[in-house]
Design a protein around this ligand. Structure first.
Ligand code: EPZ
Length: 430
């Protein structure tokens, strides 16, 4: 099993190209099930989660062809992928496939809307919390679906004339349930209004793509989304938006090591709250023509408190990385996680590098230390694992991160991007 070996201590200098967003690519790929025409997605990152979803969509009958075109020689391997689901051959998403990636549950929306039925395995447990599906069930029921849970599967059927427009106010903001209800409502009879909807940029990107396919969605990016149902959707061509979590991760890596890096092909407006928190730690951040420049020279890392929140708040997907940065701050910082109840598994691994962190419920108190020391550590989930990389980059000596498959789910060519900026990071295959 691969491991990542890091020898800490080097500053980062150079350019890092930012990939297309994993969390936009996944729902966009799923949206291809809504039409019998071809949906072409550009700037799709090459990640384990994308490959897994390709297998899942194939199981439903999608014909998928990948152009392995390099968009910039030697730097980015973004791909253009064509998805054509002329016929849906199966409306069942089996446990073996859904259990590997929670987002695959989201096929329930398009399958139900287009075929009038879907049988989708419950996603099961997840390392970062229980992550139930009640909001999906309640929301789809509000569109007229009849839903039963049987033998670990959600069996959903639409009424004879198809789903009907309805009104649903999410009791809690959910990115996935917003994606699914928006997709399902595109083909419903009548108008759907979704209240307290997620405002994440990935929701906006999905709405933009669905509208290019002929959907009638307005209000995306606000907490009320309106979807006027249409009889059918067509194909389209859409470019996946930049990955704001990858952007924030590398910005935090530079704030940690010091240096001067341009993050290319990204957009500061996707992560203002996180960038503001990084600025307050003492790094300088400016916008360039095609992205963001981040500089930290000499000065220490100031402690900054953060609380995770749905967009436009501080993203939970950057919480672990920010904690990694705070381990070397010059004081005490407090980090509060409000989205997932168990997203602090990186704490004990960061402690192995010398970090001083105490936990009390959903809050972590991080007492900055002047030096971290390399050690063997274990990745526990995607974002937790990259927080160990950030800490390892600033630790003395060697940090060996095992269970790297977590990183490969969401970070494209991480070791190459960091090495090109002067870091000592390599993949070791046993
Ligand atoms: C998306 O997950 C992202 N995944 C997650 O990124 C991200 O952490 C999360 O949104 C929050 O921003 C993808 O986009 C593929 P939610 P999602 O539904 O949609 C609760 C990463 O590292 N909830 O917004 O599954 C839930 O338990 C991943 O890239 C219910 O209670 O998250 C959580 O507490 C990890 N009932 C909260 O809502 C439901 O039916 C928000 O979850 C659904 C969710």
């Amino acid at each position: 099993m691969d491991r990542i070996r890091i020898v800490g201590g080097n500053e980062l200098h150079g350019v890092i190209p930012i990939s297309g967003a994993k969390n936009a690519a996944l729902p966009l790929m799923i949206a291809s099930l809504l039409t019998d025409d071809t949906l072409t997605l550009e700037n799709v990152p090459h990640l384990a989660d994308v490959e897994q979803l390709i297998r899942i969509l194939g199981n439903h009958g999608a014909d998928i062809s990948v152009n392995g075109r390099r968009e910039r020689q030697g730097e980015s391997y973004a791909r253009t992928i064509h998805f054509t689901s002329r016929n849906i051959v199966s409306t069942t998403a089996p446990y073996e496939l859904v259990s590997k990636m929670r987002a695959s549950f989201w096929v329930i929306g398009p399958l139900l809307a287009r075929e009038g039925k879907a049988r989708v395995s419950l996603p099961g447990g997840c390392a970062i919390g229980t992550r139930p599906v009640d909001l999906f069930i309640d929301g789809l029921t509000a569109l007229g679906a009849n839903i039963e849970i049987d033998g670990g599967y959600v069996n959903a059927t639409a009424p004879a004339g198809g789903l009907a427009g309805g009104r649903y106010v999410f009791p809690k903001v959910s990115v996935g349930a917003t994606h699914v209800l928006m997709m399902a409502a595109t083909l419903a009879n009548g108008t759907t209004v979704l209240g307290n909807a997620a405002r994440e940029p990935e929701v906006v990107d999905l709405a933009k793509c669905l509208n290019a396919m002929g959907a009638k969605i307005t209000g995306q990016g606000t907490s009320t989304i309106t979807v006027e149902g249409v009889p059918s959707l067509s194909g389209a061509r859409h470019r996946v938006l930049p990955d704001r979590i990858e952007t924030g991760t590398y910005a935090m890596a530079v704030a940690m090591t010091g240096g001067d890096v341009i993050l290319e092909d990204t957009d500061a407006s996707l992560l203002e709250t996180a960038l503001e928190a990084i600025r307050r730690t003492g790094a300088e951040i400016s916008e360039t023509n095609s992205g963001i420049r981040i500089v930290r020279n000499g000065a220490g890392i100031k402690p900054v408190d953060i609380v995770t929140d749905p967009f436009p708040g501080f993203p939970t997907d950057l919480q672990a990385q920010f904690m990694g940065l705070m381990t070397k701050s010059s004081g005490v910082s407090h980090i509060t996680e409000t989205i997932f109840e168990n997203r602090f598994m990186h704490v004990q691994e960061l402690a192995r590098l010398g970090a001083k962190i105490s936990l009390s419920g959903q809050a972590a108190k991080v007492e900055g230390v002047s030096r971290l020391k390399g050690a063997p550590v274990m990745a526990t989930d995607l974002r937790a694992s990259v927080s160990l990389v950030i800490a390892g980059l600033a630790a003395e000596g060697e940090t060996m991160v095992s269970r790297v498959y977590h990183l490969d789910r969401g970070f494209e060519r991480l070791e190459e991007k960091l090495t090109r900026c002067g870091a000592h990071v390599e993949r070791v295959s046993d």
